[in-house]
Design a protein. Structure first.
Length: 210
């Protein structure tokens, strides 16, 4: 059975991405949960991941230790994780890569905190520029591909998984978005896998407080 090593569900945005892709694709895996911010955290992660970071996928002799690479590996097993059309697939990859490499201000000032409510916190001109670009991407994808379903490229894809942590960020920090983007966020929040992730985050927090 393949294993996915992940960090705290409330905080680990990079863990969410491949977890969601694998879950929605119906690929079986076992979670290996490593609690972050503890003295033993690094040592525990290094037992599984050569980079010393989460997430990391272990599938027999195959070890993949980076989020987008794990998603790409999942797409080898479940090709529907990318759009079937070549042009749409190229666009989805570009959208995913932009999320993977960019939006540093948003990451720094609005960290993912799934179970928190911090309306208005973290807003700077740089964050607002990141938000505007992200919303423009979402709206453009939905306008071009919305006839095929409720997600960025119609059916759920890796692009949706890559932006899933931003859905939680916008919910936590009460970021208002226009209608097409809002409809996509609603579709994401309605996913059983997203609801399961939030329930896991809440359980972790309850365990810490117990």
């Amino acid at each position: 059975m393949r294993q996915l090593v992940i960090g705290d569900k409330n905080l680990s945005s990079w863990s969410l991405r491949p977890w969601l892709a694998l879950s929605v694709a119906g690929l079986d895996f076992v979670e290996v949960n490593v609690r972050l911010g503890r003295p033993e955290t690094k040592r525990e992660i290094l037992r599984h991941s050569p980079s010393g970071k989460v997430p990391c996928l272990i599938d027999g002799s195959v070890v993949v230790w980076e989020s987008l690479a794990i998603c790409e590996y999942a797409a080898e097993l479940a090709p529907a994780l990318w759009p079937a059309d070549a042009a749409a697939r190229a666009e989805a990859r570009a959208v995913s890569a932009e999320m993977h490499a960019g939006f540093a201000a948003l990451r720094q000032n609005m960290p993912m905190a799934v179970c928190a409510a911090k309306p208005g916190a973290g807003r700077t001109p740089e964050v607002d520029a990141d938000i505007a670009r992200i919303v423009a991407l979402w709206e453009a994808c939905r306008a071009r591909h919305g006839a095929g379903g409720p997600f960025l490229f119609g059916a759920f894809s890796i692009a949706d998984a890559m932006y899933a942590p931003v859905v939680w960020r916008f919910a936590t920090y009460a970021v208002e978005v226009p209608p097409l983007a809002r409809a996509w966020m609603a579709a994401m929040l309605a996913l059983p896998a997203m609801q399961q992730w939030r329930a896991g985050a809440a359980a972790e927090l309850a365990g810490r407080q117990a």
